[in-house]
Design a protein around this ligand. Sequence first.
Ligand code: ADP
Ligand code: LRH
Length: 500
Amino acid sequence: MKIKRHLAFDFGAESGRAIVGSIEDGRLTMEEIHRFPTQSMFVHHSLRWNVYRFYEEIIRGMRNYVAKYGNELESIGIDTWGCDYGFLAKDGTLLEMPYQYRDSRTGGTSEVIEETLGKKKVYDITGIQFLNINTLNQMISVVRDTPGRFDDAEDMLFIGDILHYLLSGKKGAEFTVASTSQMLDAYGKNWSDEIFKGFGFPEKLKTKIIFAGDVLGTIDPALAEEVGLSPDVKIVVPAVHDTASAATSIPAEGSDWAYISSGTWCMVGLETDAPVINDMSFQLNISNSGGSLGKNLFLKNVMGLWIIQQCKKAWNRTMPDLDYPEIVERAMKAKPFAAFIEPDDDLFFAPHDNIAAIREYLEKTGQTGVDTNDVGTVARIVYESLALKYRYVVDLLKKATGKNVSVLHIIGGGTKNALLNQFSANALGFKVITGPTEATGTGNLLLQAYGCGELNSLGEIRNIVRNSNDFEVFDADEGSKQEWARAYEDFQKICGLEQI
Ligand code: ADP
Ligand code: LRH
């Protein structure tokens, strides 16, 4: 029988990859055929994504595919981070280089939300947590500072949607990524008229919402010819939001589980069948991010491994060879619980020098006598604090839903850090199951297979995930139970987090 191959492009904020996947004998075979740095860049003091460079990397990935497998390919699908978007003109021209969500233009936009519709109203409509990175905040800054940008704009597409458009010439805003905008009606799964009218966004920017598994079209024939692919390759949208593609690949069974999609951001959540929007979820600022195939991702963003990425950047100035395994090794040997940081403190959002930011945090919280020149000490503080923050967020999610949680699934690139996996189990006091590591690529490929009619349900998708991966189990360490319980109390007190 002919093997049906799919090609996934998974763009993270640090790196991107092209992965070929096919389902054979109930298992998903995956092969990475291209990896490249993504990373935003400063252009005249603003932080931007060079989307056409991403397009170039896609072309490279397609050429690598053709060199290895020939011109037959069933489908291509792309996922990226959330929130960031670009405007297209009537003729499809991308009007400017899209901004990176960490750009400072969103300063003061949170106040505009409160003064305009009010936060409660916005939350009741969208069910999305308030974060300055949201598209809503970015769009408010356009209205406030650069309204002329709307003049020629005909469509608003998220980064992954723009890339799908470049491949197919077809425009659509995929639901899971559009939900990160905080501009959708969470129940209606479409753009909210109240948000558009309330904040003065042009109606013309309501690009048609499409869903994971939809066939957007076929590859542009000229592009197919250029890279040597057959012109009938389909463009099938996965969950364009990387977190939602990743969540599709959680190998969970039963209902008492939570998950972390662990990467640049660590998204800590529960999967539900419908949005959970009430006073409690509003107060606790929890998101109802769109999931694939009808699911809802009740989750909170934790600043995540971004913090260690930024420490590494600082360390690499004097220690260019220091890599992640070495950082973990040094953390393992460092003294436990030397200090705590609140990972979501503003100091860590876009630091110039993250070691200086950590030092400043320790100073402002009165934590003295810590050797912040020691890599292991700093890394251990970050990893322990992340694990404790996971516990805190899981406790919030339980409080908001009344749900019991006794297993945590960690998926994504961050699972390569066994120390953090173990710390997470210790902090939570229950079992952690890790894998898949390429969760986003896995979800992306299986949603394409679903769109091509090879699979029929989320249940079938997760069966394939279970058959195709090795998972690791980390049990909470009984010996250090008391220390972790005490650390959790200290962490909450020092970091100013309300005790749950
Ligand atoms: P993104 O969100 O950018 O897609 P990834 O899922 O690729 O991120 O995860 C990257 C993160 O995983 C890195 O920032 C790093 O902290 C962690 N990581 C990757 N490889 C290792 C490793 N070998 N040991 C420890 N941590 C690792
Ligand atoms: C993770 C992620 C997260 C968003 C952020 C912008 O990559 O998609 O879900 O909140 O990037």
